[in-house]
Ligand binder design. Sequence first.
Ligand SMILES: [Zn+2]
Length: 429
Amino acid sequence: MLASGRRDARADAALTQMVEALRSARRAPNGADLLREYVPQLLSIDAEAVLPVFVTTSREREMPLEADEVLHLLQGHDSLVLSFLEDLVVNKQAAPRHCAKLGMAYVAKVEEELSLPGAQRMTQTRTKLLRFLEEAAGVDAELLPKLAALQLHEERVILCGREGRHREALHILVLDLNDLSRAEAYCRLVMARELQRPGATDVSVFSADLPGWARGVVFGPKKPNSGDKALDGFQDATSAARDHAERARPLMLLLQILLEAHEGAAAKPEEHKKVAAEYRDAVLSLLMGYAAHRDLPPNEVLGCLPANWSLEGISDYLSKCARLCLHRQRASMLEENLSSMAYLKTFSAWAKERMRKVNITLDKCCPVCNKRFVDKDSVGKAFVAYPNETCVHFACKEHPSICPKTGKNFSDNLSVYCHALSVGQDEQS
Ligand SMILES: [Zn+2]
């Protein structure tokens, strides 16, 4: 080692010079040929030293070789390939196939890191892989089997989420990761994205610091003080959501998975991380927290619950649903009555306006031209009447809303129609 160390001192200098020469050769007319010729030689001497030849900074974009040819040259040097692909991604020059390759490269490196004795579950490369899976384009479900084999559950959740495979993602969160709080946060994130909540796409379900609206309220670290809070921020925006059939209903999926887990844990307790009773409690907490949520309609929920569950156990849930549904029904009845009241008031205001009339007598003159409305032969001319009963010839009208005599503008005189439900309009008109 020492001998080679001493020899390296001189060789290193030569190597550095050669790398520098190749870096500048990228801009030379025959750069591509030089790289093709000398890179393999350099690789055989010291693979790590070659990277600067291919890694670009934002100022130097020149690279005479296509990314795929560089990858071909670097073949067999996994860490170089990985760094080169990372560089492509950072500089936004990566095609989807490069992203897919980088995903594979990360997974291979994670596998290597995890196989080391005393390895931590969360390695540096895993952190990179997680972020990469959340952001990069071109990564698809092909990675899933490999991730499953390595038990990289967090990565699987992110990938399933990207692919819209919410049931699978929730299944992993509940059964493999045994993290109900994240499962709930996952549901809330999916719902927020469906409602196109600003910023919802930038939040990672595994973020250590989830925003308040994404945090679980049923399975969160702190005890929920009121189950009604679970609906916060999701009830009002219902109309903004897409059609029922198109929408993913993550809460319904979570409920089904918890019920399956409950059954599974009763049959094979050794394969589950919680006992059946705990899954049952989770089901009841979820139902209480999201009672009468639009994604958990009570009629469907009752169809899912095991027949052998006692009515007593779900009575709290049922009474809460009944209360909330009754409230909604009353609210809609109230709306209906208010709207028919508005109609009647508008109709009566309209009828009252229609009853108003002006008298045009033989001697009445138009205030604009001072001529009469009725000529010698008793033929009337077209005229306009303003709400203050000023009349002018149709031809003399300058503005349909402004009285030419008083200058009063009647354009905002729509209050009776627009505010049919406000108090006191009747008395005013
Ligand atoms: Zn006139």
